[in-house]
Design a binder for this molecule. Structure first.
Ligand SMILES: O=P(O)(O)OC[C@H]1O[C@](O)(COP(=O)(O)O)[C@@H](O)[C@@H]1O
Length: 317
């Protein structure tokens, strides 16, 4: 009997969608990678370019087109389609067009891939995820957003640079909105087995005091703006972050990832999609962790949730 083959469908063949396809192929997360885009010439060209590298990656097929049928039977759908972010433009300004686009595309996808786990990546991801949950009627385990998985890896990269320890050993999360109101969860963070708030600087490194933590937080929040100013879009790190989520799903890893999902009352948060460390596996997004929060972190999360609720109301959600 042949093993069931896994299929990843990526909606949107722009800078982010193609980065997800590229990193997914390199990491060998799915046997088939399908790319869908309304621009047929572009998607065909991307598929051809990626096909020419198949010799160098784990065994896979790459297909694509402008017909939703290309996503048929997908196990995971990564949704990256949306309006392009311009320099200086906030994530919010993009929201209206993107929400309409999401509403138009989802029904066709649900028809051909009803059992897929849907990972929304398009910004503003928390709002798009909330809207997509409403439009699709899917349970929040089956549809969630990439949230602050990328922001958390930016945080880990910066902490790694400050402390001289590998980012893999920095266990720290950004929570809340994937956007300006996001907050680092310093209280629960550890470096190796050492609580981050008790970290003693290694020789040649500065202490991780409050001022340093404030600078790092600020850098994480503004990282995307700096990249957009320089190259118009962020794509490689979000491609890797989304691939990490897909891998956790398809390999049923039960990984703890700060994905954006509907709040269920934890820390007094509800009726909003935001990120908190959650368990991700083959059934999608499972339980949230009951993370220990300081009063300041709790208040920050409440503010972030309120920012998102205000946006939801502005878009009639
Ligand atoms: O610092 P430790 O305990 O050796 O853990 C390292 C492991 O943690 C990870 O970085 C995952 O960390 P998180 O659970 O904080 O996401 C793995 O990639 C790595 O293998």
């Amino acid at each position: 009997m042949e093993a069931r083959q896994t299929k990843l469908a990526i909606v949107g063949a722009g800078a982010v969608g193609t980065a997800v396809a590229y990193s997914s192929l390199i990491r060998g997360v799915a046997r088939t990678v399908a790319l869908l885009d309304i621009n047929k010439a572009k998607v065909d060209a991307e598929v051809l370019d990626l096909s020419h590298g198949l010799e160098f990656v784990p065994r896979a097929d790459i297909i694509g087109g402008d017909d939703v049928a290309v996503c048929a039977g997908a196990d995971v759908v990564v949704f990256t389609a949306g309006a392009k972010q311009k320099p200086g433009q906030s994530r919010l300004e993009l929201a209206d067009a993107t929400i309409r686009l999401t509403r138009n595309i989802l029904p066709g996808l649900l028809e051909v891939a009803p059992d897929a786990i849907y990972v929304m990546v398009t910004n503003p991801v928390d709002i798009v995820t909330y809207a997509a949950l409403k439009f699709s009627g899917l349970p929040h385990s089956q549809l969630f957003g990439s949230g602050t998985v990328l922001d958390s890896s930016r945080l880990r990269f910066l902490l790694s640079r400050y402390t001289g320890v590998a980012p893999q050993n920095v266990h720290a999360y950004i929570a809340g909105e994937h956007g300006d109101s996001e907050i680092p969860l310093w209280t629960s963070a550890t470096i190796g087995a050492v609580p981050l708030l008790e970290w003693e600087a290694l020789p040649g490194y500065e202490p991780l005091d409050e001022a340093a933590r404030r600078t790092i937080h600020d850098e994480v929040v503004h990282a995307a703006y700096r990249i957009i100013e320089g190259k118009g879009a962020t794509n490689y790190a979000i491609g890797l972050a989304a691939t990490r989520i897909v891998e956790a799903i398809l390999k049923d890893e039960h990984r703890i990832l700060p994905v954006s999902t509907l709040a269920d009352g934890f820390a007094g948060l509800d009726d909003v999609c935001l990120s908190l460390p959650s368990i991700v596996g083959r059934c999608g997004c499972g339980r949230r962790l009951e993370v220990k929060l300081s009063d300041g972190e709790r208040a920050g999360l409440m503010r972030s949730a309120q920012t998102l609720r205000d946006m939801q109301a502005r878009f009639g959600l």
